[in-house]
Design a protein around this ligand. Structure first.
Ligand SMILES: N[C@H](CCC[C@H](N)C(=O)O)C(=O)O
Length: 261
């Protein structure tokens, strides 16, 4: 089979994107999806995304997300932003769009290559020893650290991701170092990639909300520096519930090609 693919990146979190309305590829072909994401034997990416027809009135498309391990996973914030950019490239919409993903409906808009993606509301924030645990469409463990650029994220992140609490379902692990009240540096170990990624959209969303929940900031708009660039997270908050949560940053088409298997 020969399939046209597009390679996108959002602050260094990179994805193979396929317009699956044309191919109807199976979501269960884990082996093929893993191979396409392999950085030596395939195209190489942190994840792979199908653009599909939504079938729901008012929605322009549907997002199906796979981690590079080949398994379908929960919401990907940077992947969602890249998919919005791809849908705009295909002229599916002009400025604003509405699509569905595994965690529900998402509004989004694009201006000059910068995509703003509305994330799900967040209400259950669990306090753990030295961390907060919350779900922004994917599960995130958020812990404050210092000297973040000298940490071994793969080792330290895996130790948490595979501990007794998280080893079954997994979790993403975010290390955060405050710079100012509304500027934080973040490094993330991603479940399903099982390594550090250069950026994690649902991760920085979790960090921004966690910093507010810990009263590290009283701002409703927070900038986050990641290894692959920087992102903004803005939100409303009322009594521990976070709504109108928006993740904003660049999304870029790197190349397109054809792949056969
Ligand atoms: N690895 C995550 C999904 C992708 C999250 C990340 N790429 C993002 O931008 O949100 C998980 O399995 O929970």
């Amino acid at each position: 089979m020969t399939v046209e693919f597009y390679k996108y990146q959002g602050t260094g979190n990179d994805f193979v994107i396929i317009d699956n309305r044309r191919y109807n590829l199976s979501k269960n072909d884990t082996k093929t999806i893993k191979l396409l994401c392999d950085r030596r034997f395939g195209i190489g990416a942190d994840g792979l995304i199908f653009l599909e027809n939504s079938g729901i009135e008012g929605e322009d498309f549907k997002m199906v997300y796979f981690n590079s391990d080949g398994n379908e996973s929960t919401m990907c914030g940077n992947g969602g932003r890249c998919l919005v950019s791809f849908a705009h490239y295909l002229n599916i919409f002009e400025k604003e769009t509405l699509f569905s993903a595994i965690d529900g409906q998402h509004e989004a808009s694009i201006t000059n290559g910068v995509v703003s993606l509305k994330m799900q509301d967040v209400s259950n924030i669990e306090t753990l020893e030295n961390a907060l645990y919350l779900n922004t469409g994917s599960p995130h463990y958020v812990t404050l650290t210092s000297d973040i650029l000298n940490k071994n994220i793969k080792v330290d992140g895996a130790a948490i991701r595979y501990n007794d609490r998280f080893k079954k379902e997994g979790t993403n692990v975010n290390f955060v170092e405050p710079i100012t009240a509304n500027l934080y540096r973040v490094r993330t170990y991603e479940r399903g990639v099982e390594d550090e990624t250069l950026s994690c959209g649902t991760g920085v969303t979790a960090v921004a909300i966690a910093m507010h929940a810990l009263s590290k900031t009283d701002k409703n708009s927070v900038d986050l520096i990641v290894q692959g660039g920087s992102l903004n997270v803005a939100f409303n908050t009322n009594n521990g519930t976070y709504t109108n949560v928006w993740l904003t940053g660049p999304a870029e088409q790197v190349f397109k090609g054809e792949v056969s298997w």
